[in-house]
Design a protein around this ligand. Structure first.
Ligand code: ADP
Ligand code: MG
Ligand code: MG
Length: 925
């Protein structure tokens, strides 16, 4: 919108006395903090007056390396106005004005630049302040100011100031009879908090602090408040370009051109005695969303004491604050200030129509507001707050749907650790697949399967996993690997299975020989403290949402699809236009998928069915057969199994469409690789080991991804697909006979030519005709995956045969980018970290490249066959940013793992709502 970026002449905006010059909507000019202060002032809330110097001044300062002249005059005028409002003057000893100088950009950038408090103090002003208030307060404020100004505006280290303060603390400790030599600095701070340091000691600290400044800078600490003020303002603006800030912006996609604003505000004092205090609050509980004022406070404290952890802060509310601490609550100690805060919280929520995060200070019993902003909240809280606010009439259902981050709700769909349970963290790795799980440690897949078969929960611990481990991963409650990244085999497979996984825990050393793992435990400072060795059968807990490994069993709480979450999802479904299906290979997956709201199966992989115990034997016979007859005999054994699988899935899906992909992987994947297994197979099949070894060698491929797989198998061995089509159609006939509707969609993988599709379609229709002749009539549709660039380019051709396309975006990404997912772990993270690629293309679709192929194929497909059904079945089908993109391309559905179905439903709803907002031409500011 043009107005929100328009240049303004005004650079300094005053706020105070119920009026604010700045327009709170201009966060681009005032920064988030300045906008909040202006807004609260205009609402008539108690905000200490002050002024905001705009982000444009920061930009001019960055460019010219000096403060523009007109800004100097404007700031002087604002200071004069502030002095008048406060009836006090900077540098005045009888009525001194003290101010804070606070940075604050458009987006919050925590830790980039600290705030300077109590600016305006000098020796004479401090003496004056001591006379009109009290000496302890005056010198406390003065020593805080020197240390903050020195570190923030003059760039000195905090360390010598902290050290000098600790010396004083030590002396005070001794005078109290505490043996300081037994305490480290942290304990000393707890035993002798700042509030216990007497006035005389603080006063004696001032010359020490000033001497540090002189020694480090070669200059005296500035005694002139005007000089202090300009140093502080320039330091705020200069901080925009410090290294830390630049790195932070890069990481969070914040443009360098935004700049920060600078807020100069009259001080109010929370450290003025026992009727003064400082605190932070949320208008609702940020972890549960419950509608209750929530937060912490400290009496006789200033600024960031609450979050600095020097003293343990106390709860704001009495209720739910844990019995003994109820009488320490703000509600109990300062009931009037508490009620005022509660009232203000309600006012602000009504005004902003969102949950707020507040900073406040109480001076002599009177409450002042120092900051408000939209509160960060846990996923659970986000859902509850959005739904409650609809019920309270604050927001519409559509807004509620848009308020919840789809990526965040992943947490809610998996079991999570009971937040109140005691737990000991052993190590940390990558949060590869969310959810928490406890179980007995096992070090190999067979063992995992065996123990799980006995009903024992197990965690599979491996250095890395490989396709050989699939059955063990399936049997385990969770997976932990010592090596590997977010796109490692373990991570990808676990996410697909919806199973907790912590990958790349480098502090864990796995020893398969001794069946043990050794964990090196580190302290907060990164120093190794102990080595713990765990053996097979010991119990551990992993949290794939945080990447933590815990000792023993930590209780979990399970996912809730009901209540507020369920309600929000019905609103999402009402807004949504794109369908959401699930990738499901078994009746159990199908049931989970339906429970999560899937509207069909977008990808049913048949090869998983080949791996099961009784079938793999027949599969191997088929592979080892020398001719068509031999293959057909083996396949005939498989047919009843496949038919049974499909019957189960069709029954679960009750008339919803089911897309079945015919066999895709290269055949060698079904043969054993280890000598021991080859031996066993040779015995059970009565085939010499040499023959097996030879066949394995024959099937070996240099690049199996680009080898004999997908439809290419059907061109050489058509009887495999023939068996599968027969199994599908017979299953459908059986289920239809029971009065249940069935919509099978037969899907050909890896096709790149029209001829491949014509051949396989003919094969399918011949079988259908044969069955129909024997009275088993069912309908099905025939389509193809689009997973190679040639298929996308020739989509028009393929659409003359295929009735639907399903974009296999995993393979399409690999093939388009020439990037093997299994090998990318070595370099892809570096590409993403350095910004060469915006995101991992296996997680979020590469819109410019792979996405362009999807778009083109969709267009060409539709042109050749109007109304062709289009969907996505790659992992991208569960990624919110990719879903937004697919919505834009106009696909009919996305399909993802069952556990991601709710995420996809929400993301699809948001995509639809956003596009409606745009089409209506009334984008919200
Ligand atoms: P941050 O962005 O790091 O939160 P702030 O500018 O909000 O930094 O300042 C941190 C804290 O300093 C505030 O929460 C408040 O407690 C204190 N503070 C800032 N300005 C004032 C003021 N004018 N009077 C009293 N305390 C202040
Ligand atoms: Mg801070
Ligand atoms: Mg703050």
């Amino acid at each position: 919108m043009a107005s929100s970026t328009a240049k303004t002449d005004k650079s300094v905006f005053f706020f105070g006395g119920g009026q604010a010059e700045g327009d709170p909507k201009r966060r681009d000019l005032l920064g988030g903090k300045g906008a909040g202060l202006a807004e609260m002032t205009a609402l008539g809330l108690p905000v200490p007056p002050g002024f905001t110097i705009s982000t444009e001044v920061c930009n001019a300062f960055s460019r010219d390396k000096r403060m523009p002249d007109d800004v100097r005059a404007a700031v002087e005028a604002a200071v004069a106005r502030l002095e008048k409002t406060m009836n006090a003057r900077l540098g005045d000893t009888a009525a001194p004005l003290l101010v804070s100088v606070r940075s604050g950009g458009r987006a919050s950038m925590p830790g980039m630049m600290d705030t300077i408090l109590n600016l305006g103090l000098s020796d004479t002003v401090a003496e004056g302040l001591a006379r009109i208030s009290n000496p302890r307060f005056a010198y406390d404020a003065y020593r805080r100011f020197i240390a903050m100004h020195a570190s923030i505006a003059l760039g000195l280290s905090k360390e010598p100031f902290d050290h000098a303060l600790d010396e004083v603390r030590g002396r005070v400790a001794e005078s109290k009879g505490i043996d300081r030599t037994l305490l480290n600095a942290e304990e000393l701070k707890r035993r002798v908090p700042d509030a216990d340091l007497p006035a005389e000691e603080l006063r004696a600290l001032i010359p020490v602090f000033k001497a540090i400044v002189k020694k480090e800078t070669g200059r005296d600490f500035p005694a002139e408040p005007r000089e202090q003020l300009w140093q502080a303002i320039e330091a705020v603006f200069a901080s925009w370009n410090n290294h830390r800030a630049i790195v932070y912006r890069k990481m969070h996609d914040i443009p360098d051109a935004w700049g920060t604003a600078c807020n100069v505000q009259a001080m109010v004092f929370g450290n003025l005695g026992d009727t003064s205090a400082t605190g932070v609050a949320f208008t609702r509980d940020p972890s549960t969303g419950e509608k209750l004022l929530y937060g912490e406070w400290l009496p006789n404290a200033q600024g960031e004491d609450v979050v600095a952890g020097i003293r343990t802060p106390m709860p704001i509310r009495s209720q739910g604050s844990g019995g003994a601490r109820a009488e320490e609550s703000l509600e109990a100690r300062m009931p009037e200030a508490y009620r005022e805060l509660d009232r203000i919280a309600t006012t602000l929520e009504k005004h902003f129509r969102d949950m707020q995060d507040l900073e406040f200070t109480i001076q002599g019993g009177k409450l002042y507001m120092l900051q408000c902003r939209g509160a960060k909240r846990a996923a659970r809280a986000a859902v509850r707050v959005a739904v409650d606010m609809v019920r309270e009439g604050l927001i519409s259902k559509e807004e509620a749907v848009l308020r919840v981050d789809p990526a965040g709700i992943d947490q809610l769909l998996h079991p999570t650790l009971d937040p109140h349970a005691p737990k000991k963290v052993l190590a940390r790795g990558l949060s590869a697949s969310p959810g928490a799980a406890s179980g007995h440690i096992v070090f190999n897949a067979d063992e995992a399967e065996r123990r799980a078969g006995q009903g024992k929960p197990v965690i599979l611990v491996r250095v890395e996993t490989s396709p050989e481990d699939i059955h063990g991963m399936k049997a385990a409650r969770g997976i932990l690997t010592a090596r590997g990244g977010m796109t490692s085999h373990a991570a990808v497979v676990a996410r697909g299975m919806g199973k907790p996984c912590v990958a790349g825990v480098s502090a864990v050393a796995v020893n398969y020989q001794s069946q043990t793992m050794t964990v090196t435990v580190y302290d907060d400072a990164g120093r190794p403290t102990e080595n713990i060795t765990l053996k097979k059968g010991d119990i551990i807990t992993i949290d794939g949402g945080t990447g933590h490994l815990y000792e023993g069993a930590v209780p979990t709480v399970s996912a809730a699809l009901s209540g507020e979450f369920g309600e929000l999802m019905t609103w999402a479904d009402a807004a949504r236009t794109m369908k959401v299906r699930a990738n499901a290979d078994t009746p159990l997956d199908a049931r989970t998928a339906r429970a999560f709201g899937a509207e069909g199966i977008g990808l049913c992989r048949t090869e998983h069915m080949f791996f099961e115990e009784e079938r793999i034997q027949a599969v191997r016979e088929m592979i080892l057969a020398d001719d068509v007859a031999g293959r057909s005999t083996a396949l005939a054994k498989l047919l009843p199994f496949q038919r049974e699988d499909f019957v189960g899935i069709f029954r679960e899906m009750r008339g919803l469409p089911v897309t079945i992909r015919l066999l895709d992987p290269p055949l060698h994947e079904f043969l054993p690789t280890e000598a021991r297994q080859l031996d066993e197979l040779s015995k059970s099949m009565g085939v010499p080991v040499q023959k097996l070894a030879q066949r394995t060698k024959d099937l070996h491929e240099f690049n199996p991804m680009l080898g004999h797989r997908g439809v290419r198998l059907a061109i050489t061995f058509p009887e495999i697909y023939a068996m599968q089509v027969r199994a599908i159609l017979e299953a459908a006939a059986l289920v239809v006979a029971d009065g249940i509707q069935v919509h099978p969609e037969i899907m050909i993988p890896l096709a790149i030519t029209r001829a491949e599709l014509e051949r396989t379609r003919t094969l399918a229709s011949e079988i259908a005709a044969e069955l129909s002749a024997s009275g088993k009539t069912t309908t099905y549709s025939f389509g193809t995956m689009i997973e190679l660039p040639r298929a996308a380019i020739l989509a028009g051709e393929l659409a003359t045969v295929a009735e639907f396309f399903s974009f296999g975006t995993n393979d399409l990404t690999q093939a388009t980018m020439g990037l093997s997912r299994d090998d990318a772990g070595k370099f892809l993270p570096a590409y993403v970290d350095s910004g060469i690629l915006p995101r991992d293309p296996f997680v979020s679709i590469d819109q410019e490249g792979v996405g362009a192929l999807v778009k083109m194929a969709a267009e060409r497909g539709r042109k050749a066959r109007p109304g062709i059904k289009l969907g996505v079945c790659g992992e991208h089908g569960g990624d919110p940013a990719s879903i937004q993109f697919f919505f834009g391309v106009g696909l009919d559905y996305v399909s993802c793992s069952p556990f991601r179905v709710p995420i996809a439903r929400l993301a699809a709803a948001q995509a639809a709502l956003r596009s409606r907002g745009q089409n209506g031409g009334q984008g919200t500011a």
